[in-house]
Design a protein around this ligand. Structure first.
Ligand code: DGP
Ligand code: NA
Ligand code: NA
Length: 208
């Protein structure tokens, strides 16, 4: 089945501004009369998501591979709803998706291919947008340090992993810019992808 709406996800280090930008994009699209929803991974509302949340808040401990598989399971449990939404013409703007899994879990030393394996068969998006922020700038922003991974040394490794994962299909936006300038660039990227979707694009799976 061909889709006439794009869907995309935003990736980046903690505090790069993804969440605010995702919200702004969704209201923009709705203002244009388009059906759009903001999704976010991890989705902390499910029972798997609650285990992830308590791990991130340091109130529980889990083996590195176990937590990775929970992050994957959290994507899998939303897969069929995701497909339904997309087929019904809703654009999904997703705050993190599978690249976070590889970037963060392999920062603990897990093998890249091992990390990618459980994500095979998840829906592949039309577009990955990477909000690029320097480590120092991210650390200066409010609230940093609250959760398990929000530490400079760890984020440095995550940043290196994103560089390895990065390919030519990603759009990179400089997230050190003023919030309105980031927003403007994201709108342009989304409009471009709406145009290229008008003839219908097949829905595909990872990792193809
Ligand atoms: P937030 O986006 O603020 O809800 O934070 C989620 C945190 O979890 C963030 O530090 C990135 C991290 N994360 C997201 N996906 C994965 C994953 O699949 N594996 C691991 N280890 N961490 C992840
Ligand atoms: Na976070
Ligand atoms: Na966030």
């Amino acid at each position: 089945m061909a889709l006439e709406v794009p869907w995309l996800f935003l990736e980046g280090l903690d505090r790069c501004g993804k969440t605010s930008q995702c919200r702004r994009l969704v209201s923009y699209l709705e203002g244009q009369g388009q059906s759009a929803e903001l999704w976010r991974f991890p989705d902390r509302s499910t029972s798997v998501g609650k285990m992830i949340s308590s791990y991130l808040l340091n109130t529980s401990q889990l083996d590195d591979r176990t937590i990775h598989l929970l992050f994957s399971a959290n994507c899998w449990e939303k897969r069929s709803l995701m497909e339904t939404k997309l087929k019904s013409g809703t654009t999904l703007i997703v705050d993190r998706y599978y690249y976070s899994g590889v970037a963060f879990s392999s920062a603990k030393g897990l093998d890249f291919e091992w990390c990618k394996a459980p994500e095979m068969g998840l829906l592949a998006p039309d577009l990955v947008v990477f909000l690029d922020i320097s480590l120092e700038k991210a650390a200066e922003r409010g609230g940093y340090g609250g959760e398990r991974y929000e530490q400079l040394e760890f984020q440095r490794k995550v940043a290196q992993n994103y560089k390895v994962l990065h390919d030519a299909s990603w759009k990179v936006v400089d997230a050190c810019q003023h919030i309105e300038d980031v927003e403007k660039q994201l709108r342009e990227i989304v409009l471009e992808s709406v145009m290229s979707c008008q003839n219908g694009k097949p829905l595909s799976n990872l990792w193809s």
